[in-house]
Design a protein around this ligand. Structure first.
Ligand SMILES: O=C(O)CCC(=O)C(=O)O
Length: 261
């Protein structure tokens, strides 16, 4: 059965562009998730586990189980309605900076950005950040700028500092928003935050001696659709209907045979 959600969740989400500290997994489920991730990390190596595990929900049942978890979908329905697609997913794993093997020694961080800057989607995108490991200030938990989702898409430029994990090395110049308003989103393993696709967010390097792994899942309602915008050229090859029904067929349902809704 899905856990209960705060009655003001969607109100707070619409006001602030994020909500955080929502419990999703039981201790047993956290243990299983960490075991599965550790086994995968051992198989493919830390470098490949950091940012390259993209859209593996259509390949690995234990990952799909997370993307379609009732305790994620229940609060999401309060924001997106009943009919929901997974748009995309990725593990973002920041290892302790001490283990950093970069030749230039740059500390790895996620620059301030908005998720939809490079994504040609009409309709609200909601990102779930599910903590595989405990995430806190020391190991570089995600930080958000409350209310920043209300100002459309900000200009993004090439990040000035080396070590940005983002694929396009993008960042929003600090002159465009008030970084002093940043709110950290510390999470225990098995908890999640949700943020709006337009919310400005990022994270600092991992200065602890602990791994900081999050499973990041993007969701849209079935009435969202992709647009052909050369400035936002993202494609969506792993969309899966995880809640309700799809009468519009704006996205293909790439659900694998083994996935039972
Ligand atoms: O994991 C992080 O530090 C950043 C996450 C992020 O950029 C996102 O969830 O969109």
């Amino acid at each position: 059965m899905a856990a209960s959600i705060p009655s003001n969740l969607s109100q707070n989400f619409n006001r602030d562009g994020y909500v955080t500290g929502i419990p999703v997994l039981t201790q047993t489920e956290v243990k299983e998730l960490v075991q599965n991730f550790n086994a995968l990390e051992k198989e493919i190596g830390k470098e490949n586990s950091q940012y390259s595990l993209h859209n593996v929900h259509t390949k690995l049942p234990w990952v799909m189980k997370m993307a379609a978890h009732p305790n994620i979908l229940h609060p999401l329905r309060a924001i997106l309605g009943d009919n929901i697609f997974v748009l995309d997913s990725r593990f973002i794993c920041k290892y302790p900076d001490k283990e950093n093997s970069r030749k230039d020694g740059a500390k790895q961080y996620v620059a301030w950005h908005q998720d939809v800057r490079y994504w040609g989607v009409e309709g609200m995108v909601v990102t779930v950040w599910l903590a595989v490991d405990k995430a806190d200030i020391d190991n570089g938990c995600m930080q958000v700028i409350p209310g920043s989702h209300k100002f459309g898409i900000f200009e993004h430029i090439e990040a000035k500092e080396k070590g940005n994990l983002l694929t396009s090395n993008q960042e929003i110049p600090l002159s465009l928003f008030n970084v002093e308003k940043a709110v950290p989103c510390p999470l225990n393993a098995g908890e999640m935050s949700l943020h709006h696709g337009l919310t400005v967010h990022g994270s600092e390097p991992n200065l602890s001696d602990r791994r900081r792994c999050g499973y990041v899942i993007r969701y849209v309602a079935t009435d969202a659709y992709s647009i052909n915008d050369p400035n936002r050229p993202r494609t969506f090859p792993a969309t899966v209907l995880v809640s309700g029904k799809d009468e519009l067929h704006n996205f293909t349902d790439h659900a694998p045979e083994w996935f039972k809704k």
